[in-house]
Every structure is written in structure tokens, then in C-alpha cells.
Design a protein around this ligand. Structure first.
Ligand SMILES: NC(=O)c1ccc[n+]([C@@H]2O[C@H](COP(=O)([O-])OP(=O)(O)OC[C@H]3O[C@@H](n4cnc5c(N)ncnc54)[C@H](OP(=O)(O)O)[C@@H]3O)[C@@H](O)[C@H]2O)c1
Length: 245
């Protein structure tokens, strides 16, 4: 019905990187709304455990988002909502970043989002939604995260462009831009254990509401964007005021 949000009952929702963190919370939330959830990632054991946690209807597929053939294969079944959540981080300045490291971040964070979004768009369907998990790093710089910032900026631009391309088919394309989240990436790839252990405390001073997000808070923003029909091409900050400064 015009003006009402999309219902999720029996809709198929594909969540990349759905075995942990934000992706896993999304999977639980969408399943609780009656959606059929498919989660993907590269680690089968993690996906199996996550699926048991999510619902009886949950499916998983081992799939590296950088492999377009493997991504295309998942779309042998119709997907109504795509959540591009899989991502990786590199904690290095531009000067320190090797060719291989740059390529790896771009492959996962940009080409991965492109692969799944293109496969979604190539389905013979009208209606639906793509929600990309970007970052504040797509909008403002962060010294020491050169490749990551560049990759999330590219995600924001792909979001806006695909929103325009798919609007005639009533497919919305949006992104969430979280700041620091209490989920695995915040604690990963640090130089040493102490840096990982203090990751939350070190972020608090720069966040106006003085808290990092819980993954459930990001999942609720994603659900909102997945359901609304009149919001497209937007990058929604979910960052406790970080980018308002
Ligand atoms: N945590 C934060 O502070 C924060 C802040 C802003 C934005 N984000 C964004 O939030 C998203 C989720 O991150 P998270 O914090 O929930 O961390 P996470 O648990 O590490 O989530 C990343 C997920 O992506 C999967 N993945 C990584 N590379 C992949 C690949 N090549 N193909 C398929 N799956 C892949 C991982 O599973 P496998 O390793 O098993 O494949 C993992 O399940 C990311 O896009 C991240 O950039 C996080």
C-alpha cells in the first residue's frame, strides 16, 4: 500500500558477513520480523553456529564477496533485500600500505559491495532494498585508516549512484555510516593487545554522546532503511554525533 513500509514476512534477506557482529544482529532482527535470512561469509563453522542461533529458517552459504561467480550463484534464488555488511579494516597510513593490502581492502569493501549489488540488480524483480554498511570513515578522514576510509567513501558513492539507477524499479539503495561499534572489527588488527583492549575508551572522547554503538543499534537503523520506500540514496549517520562536530 502506498506510504506504508515494506513488510518482511517471507521476504528473503541476504546478509553478507552475517556470521558475526553487526551482520549477525541484523540476521536475528530480520528473522524476528518474519524474513527468511541467508547469511554468508568465508568461515563455515561461524555461519553454522550463527544460523542455529538465528532461526530454523536460516540458510547460510560460504562465499567470499570478492568472488563474483560465487556471489552470483547465491542469486539463483530471489533475494528481496540485500545487506552489504561484509568488510575488513587495515590500520595503516597511506605511506605504510602495501599494494597487496590496498588491493585487499578495496576488493572486500568496494568490489564485494559491487558484486552483490550488481547481482541483486540483475534479478528480474521490481521492488526491494539494498542497505550498505559504510562508516563515518566514508565521510571524514581518519589518520591511520587510509585504505579503509577510501573504500567506505567509494561505498557511499556507489550507494548514491545505484539509488538513481534502481529508483525506476522501486528498489531503494541506502547506507548506514556507523562510528565505533562494540563489535569485532573495533578490536581487530591493532598493533598490540593493549590497543585492542582500550579501543572503546580511546574512542569515547571523540563521540559527543560518549558511548560506542552496540551492534543492535546499527541493525535497527538498517531495518528502518530496508523497510522505508521513500528513502533512497542516503547515507544515514549512526555515530553518536561524531560527524556533527
Ligand atoms: N566495528 C566497528 O567499529 C565498525 C564501525 C563502522 C563500520 N563498521 C562496518 O560494519 C561492518 C561489520 O563489521 P563488524 O564490526 O560487525 O565486524 P566483523 O564481525 O569482523 O564483521 C565482518 C564480517 O565480514 C565477513 N567478511 C570479511 N571479509 C569477507 C569476505 N571477503 N567475504 C565474505 N565475508 C567477509 C567476516 O566473516 P569471515 O571472516 O568469516 O569471512 C565477518 O563476519 C563492516 O562493513 C565494517 O566496515 C564497523
Amino acid at each position: 500500500m502506498a506510504g506504508s513500509p515494506r513488510t518482511l514476512e517471507n521476504k528473503t534477506v541476504l546478509i553478507t558477513g552475517g556470521g558475526s557482529g553487526v551482520g549477525l544482529e541484523c540476521a536475528k532482527l530480520f528473522a524476528s520480523e518474519g524474513a527468511k535470512v541467508i547469511i554468508t561469509g568465508r568461515t563455515e563453522a561461524k555461519l553454522m553456529t550463527a544460523c542455529q542461533d538465528i532461526s530454523n529458517d536460516c540458510q547460510y552459504a560460504v562465499c567470499d564477496v570478492t568472488n563474483s561467480k560465487a556471489v552470483n550463484a547465491i542469486f539463483s534464488q530471489t533475494v528481496n533485500i540485500l545487506i552489504n555488511n561484509a568488510g575488513t579494516i587495515l590500520r595503516k597510513t597511506a605511506m605504510e600500505t602495501s599494494d597487496a593490502e590496498w588491493a585487499s581492502v578495496m576488493d572486500t569493501n568496494v568490489t564485494g559491495v559491487f558484486n552483490a549489488s550488481r547481482a541483486f540488480a540483475q534479478q528480474d524483480i521490481d521492488g526491494g532494498a539494498i542497505v550498505n554498511v559504510s562508516s563515518t570513515c566514508g565521510q571524514v578522514g581518519a589518520a591511520g585508516l587510509a585504505a579503509y576510509c577510501a573504500s567506505k567513501g567509494a561505498v557511499d558513492q556507489l550507494t548514491r549512484t545505484m539509488a538513481l539507477e534502481l529508483a525506476p524499479r522501486n528498489i531503494t539503495v541506502n547506507a548506514v555510516a556507523p562510528g565505533a561499534i562494540n563489535s569485532p572489527m573495533l578490536f581487530s588488527k591493532h598493533d598490540d593487545k593493549a590497543m585492542a583492549e582500550t579501543a572503546i575508551e580511546r574512542n569515547l572522547d571523540s563521540i559527543p554522546i560518549r558511548a560506542v554503538a552496540e551492534p543492535q543499534e546499527i541493525a535497527r537503523a538498517i531495518l528502518f532503511l530496508a523497510r522505508e520506500r521513500h528513502i533512497t540514496g542516503t547515507v544515514l549517520s549512526v555515530d553518536g554525533g561524531y560527524t556533527a562536530q
